[in-house]
Design a protein around this ligand. Sequence first.
Ligand code: TRP
Length: 527
Amino acid sequence: MDTETRESWSGKLGFVLAAAGSAIGLGNIWKFPYITGMNGGGAFVLVYLGCILLFGLPLMLCEIAIGRKTGRNPYGAFKALQVKRSRMADAIAVLLLLGSLSLAGAGHYGFAAVLFGAALLFLWLGFAAVGLLSLITAMIILSYYAVVGAWIVDYVYRSFSGGLHFTQVSEAAEVFRNYQDTEPGRIALELVIFMTMTAGMIIFGIRKGIERCSKVLMPLLLFLLLAVIVRGVTLPGAREGIRFFLNPDFSKLSTAGVLEALGHAFYSLSLAMGITITYGSYLRKDENIFSTAVWVVALDTAAALLGGLAIFPAVFAMQLAPDAGPGLIFNVLPATFYRIPGGMGWVWAGLFFLMMTIAALTSAAALLESGVTFLMDQFKFRRVPTVLCTYAGITLLGFLTCYSTNHWDNLPGVDRFVRNVFNVRTGSWFDLLDKLTSNWMLPLLGLLTVIFVGWIWGARKAGRELREGTHGFADENLITLLSGFRGEPRYMDSANSGLTVLTLWGLLVRYVAPVIMATIFIQVITA
Ligand code: TRP
């Protein structure tokens, strides 16, 4: 392993900000607020926080440990850690095959084919298949995530050029629909702009590219978010919105809501897609993985809560109804901001969409980087040509999404084929990709990752990697205390103390998480 030539983050701050940049995205500021609103407000928030602590943080620790131990991309990392062919990999291949058959029996040929492909990969590569599948998932996500990025770029432009003057949600919705239906060329152009910024962020490498950009963009994101929040909560009538967002109503929380909370916890933390392994592979051995992970999780959770505060108080104060789905930011918000008295609505709208651009950009950069790291590791390519090629490839894939978002008939043959094979009648290409990746691949890959760390690599060995870098930490700041580390390695040695953080983590990873996540995955398949 040529670790000497491999780059690294300059320090903890660089890693934390880059990883937080990947985690904080559309999921936090757009999706989290509205699913919270639909699932009983504060009740959902509590369940979500539980999922973050019980499953999100442990899985994040697993992924950083895998990445740092091996110093490789997800595929190379799983391959390096699976010392020999395991029976468990074969057993999983068989289970996947069975799942695929039952899906085919129910007429879901497309999803059945995906599971079938996963089963074959498992037979062939063992757990390295998890790494490969997560990379493929990441690239598919990027191809539609970037399209939303393109819409947001459009709305930044519209805000500042005075194009968002609606007082009614219906007018805003009309404009958004028109834009989607009749201007695919414009979206494609904006996609190129967005992807160019994304590639620009990573082309100079880990330290000079991603890290340097994150150090500027993340504080800017926080600043913009706070500015929009202050404007919103100081409007008369804002309190209703805060109540809608945070008052717990347990009667509205269903089992489906609990499942949604878990899925969203992974999605929001950018887990199970190889990103955290990739970023972890550039982490130095002397960094404390626990405290970095706690930081990333805390920042991501804070961003989700702040996202809700940026949106709901203003929406309620302007007497509009919170809407679900893309409608919330592209329909309700433009009308909300325009109604703010004083004629300065466009400024708030512009700042809001600028903030969303940053959130989407740093996440897209992480996705692209995982593909780039893979190609550079496995084929010894140099960075610049690799970035340029993946950039071009993903942009082309994104064009498909642009031309089919609302109207599949823009791609007649593809339309009929995909609809029949995946057995979907409604929704777009966009919805399909989202469903395939976040509802299916993500729980599956998360599950396989914890099984791998708990049982194949082994919780004990993984624990040793987690412990690396905690020695000699004498500072007793809040985070090191929170994560259970006070310098003395003895403190967390499972051999001589009862229930330490590390043993707790081991139990979660080996038993609790696999059982609960398998249950959820089965629910998803049979739903
Ligand atoms: N976490 C991102 C968000 O909240 C979305 C996301 C999911 C993501 N998986 C990812 C981003 C992987 C980058 C890499 O919007």
